[in-house]
Design a binder for this molecule. Structure first.
Ligand SMILES: Cc1cc2nc3c(=O)[nH]c(=O)nc-3n(C[C@H](O)[C@H](O)[C@H](O)COP(=O)(O)OP(=O)(O)OC[C@H]3O[C@@H](n4cnc5c(N)ncnc54)[C@H](O)[C@@H]3O)c2cc1C
Length: 481
């Protein structure tokens, strides 16, 4: 007679859902299920939480929602405190489980964690795909090498990889088996970690993710290809935190958008964004050093400015707080601080400004975004910063320096994005809102703007900063050729 099979389903912060969750389905099909989340006191501590307040809030809300969703199916999310590399093998032993299942992660530190757990548990530890659409190393050039350019990567994935439909959530889960006594951990609250709740951050959890998806598909998705760059409109899905924390699976976003839009321009453009995410993950998998080093070798040692003198620190402060004197750059900075989110176009303009106009090292911008973004994601954020700085996979060439005024005029034509986040400029007419420093005195007076007092003068001159960057970059990058 077969003994009952007992499985730990280890939820790990990037798959906080019960729908399209292969490890959960696998465990439920084979017998007893112990849904587990490890509350690492190193991570869930005030001194860590203040370094990622918005992500922490989203994570806690999503865990709470996961706990309720699992309870509604008849089981219980078990919370245990400790370091996962110690706790998981120990519990597997104590609870006599014959499998520990989880989703594979891409990041180098996570791969190291999984390697160690795999070493302790051997074949009992099984990782499932689900973090990305296609498994790492599955999308290769004809020569079998990783892609370094997005477009052929995306085309190859579409052509060669068959994307399965998402798995529905289990109808019910078996009740938690009786376990030997162990110490349960509490789910931390935002307040217990010393944070105050940010009401401007999108809400976490599977239900909220699905509502966001439906709202996008119903109201905006059909015009995605036209609206996605408009910073003043609600034209994008706002699903990035859901995809990061896995409150929605990327397969579900893929297929739900296909079902709603059909195979036209809107879907192609939206699904291409999901493939950019995929490209970021696959690139990080193939090149784990990306979190430390630029992709392009000729950028090694590039003379980026560090925050090591008053002048650079003042420029950095102005950029972080939204006081550079360039309204579109300042709006992006303040949206980040207020909502833990920045529109993609604004991210590109803002990152270009930091790394090119101010020539400050992209790693500082990357870390600042990781601190505040609710969707702060190692792979996508690193790719976005390296792309903007010109040193990443398929990056914007170094000589393309975004012009904040023309970008603003094009993608925030009425100036409403600036008005929302930089209210001291709200009464300027649209003709001048992206360049108050060039506005005739009368317009400034009527709008109640005094440059240098109510709103800063530009911290650098656009033309001079652009030329200085190009000259530095050109001589550095061409040094060996
Ligand atoms: C400097 C910089 C930093 C960034 N940091 C992050 C980050 O930390 N986390 C993050 O998820 N995205 C990041 N991005 C990518 C992009 O800006 C966000 O994914 C997007 O703005 C999220 O809004 P949305 O969900 O409404 O996107 P939509 O336009 O609705 O796109 C749908 C989904 O596709 C994915 N996606 C879209 N664009 C990209 C992209 N360029 N790269 C990778 N995935 C993409 C996201 O998962 C997004 O939710 C960054 C981009 C730049 C330029």
């Amino acid at each position: 007679m077969n003994a009952t099979k007992r499985t730990i389903v280890w939820f790990r912060g990037k798959d906080l859902r019960i729908a399209d969750h292969a490890p959960l389905r696998f465990a439920a099909a084979r017998g007893e299920v112990i849904p587990l989340f490890v509350v690492d006191p190193y991570f869930f501590a005030p001194e860590r939480a203040e370094k990622l307040p918005n992500r922490m809030q989203f994570l806690i809300d999503s865990l709470d929602s996961l706990r309720r969703n699992i309870a509604a199916k008849g089981s219980e999310l078990v919370l245990v405190a400790g370091k996962s590399t110690e706790v998981v093998p120990k519990l597997a032993q104590q609870w006599s489980v014959d499998k520990v299942v989880a989703h594979r992660w891409t990041e180098p530190f996570a791969r190291e964690r999984d390697r160690r757990i795999g070493e302790a548990l051997g074949e009992r530890f099984v990782l499932f795909e689900g973090e990305t659409i296609a498994p790492p190393e599955s999308i290769r050039s004809k020569k079998g090498t990783p892609f370094a350019v997005f477009s052929p990567f995306g085309k190859t994935l579409r052509k060669t990889f068959s994307i399965e439909r998402p798995i529905p959530p289990p109808k019910e889960l078996p009740p938690l088996p009786s376990l030997p006594p162990f110490e349960r951990a509490e789910l931390p609250t935002v307040e217990s970690l010393g944070l105050s709740r940010n009401e401007n951050v999108v809400s976490g959890g599977e239900r909220a993710a699905r509502d966001r998806l439906q709202r996008f598909l119903k109201n905006y998705a059909a015009d995605y290809q036209d609206l996605r760059n408009r910073m003043d409109l609600d034209g994008t899905s706002r699903l990035s935190a859901d995809l990061k924390f896995g409150t929605l699976s990327v397969r579900e976003a893929w297929w739900a958008s296909f079902d709603a839009l059909g195979d036209g321009d809107a879907w192609f453009t939206f699904s291409n964004e999901l493939l950019w995410r995929e490209f970021a993950y696959q690139s990080l998998w193939d090149r784990p050093t990306l979190l430390r080093e630029p992709f392009r070798a000729n950028f090694q040692g590039f003379p980026w400015r560090e925050l090591d003198c008053d002048e650079n620190r003042a420029l950095w402060e102005a950029w972080c707080t939204g006081h550079t004197g360039y309204p579109i750059v300042d709006a992006a900075a303040r949206q980040l601080l207020r909502e833990g989110f920045v529109h993609n176009r604004a991210r590109m303009i803002s990152a270009s400004f930091l790394t090119k106009h101010l020539r400050i090292h992209y790693r500082h911008g990357e870390a600042h975004y990781m601190k505040h973004l609710v969707d702060g994601d190692w792979a996508s954020n690193n790719m976005g910063w390296q792309w903007s700085a010109g040193c990443g996979c398929d990056a914007q060439p170094y000589f393309r320096v975004f012009n904040p005024m023309s970008q603003g005029a094009k993608f925030d034509p009425e100036g409403d994005y600036v008005r929302k986040y930089v209210p001291e400029l709200k009464d300027l007419p649209k003709k001048h809102i992206h360049a108050p420093f060039d506005a005739p005195e009368l317009f400034l007076l009527e709008a109640g703007v005094t440059l240098g007092k109510t709103y800063p003068r530009p911290v650098v001159d656009h033309k001079t900063a652009r030329e200085a960057f190009l000259s530095t970059a050109k001589s550095y990058l061409k040094r060996d050729s």
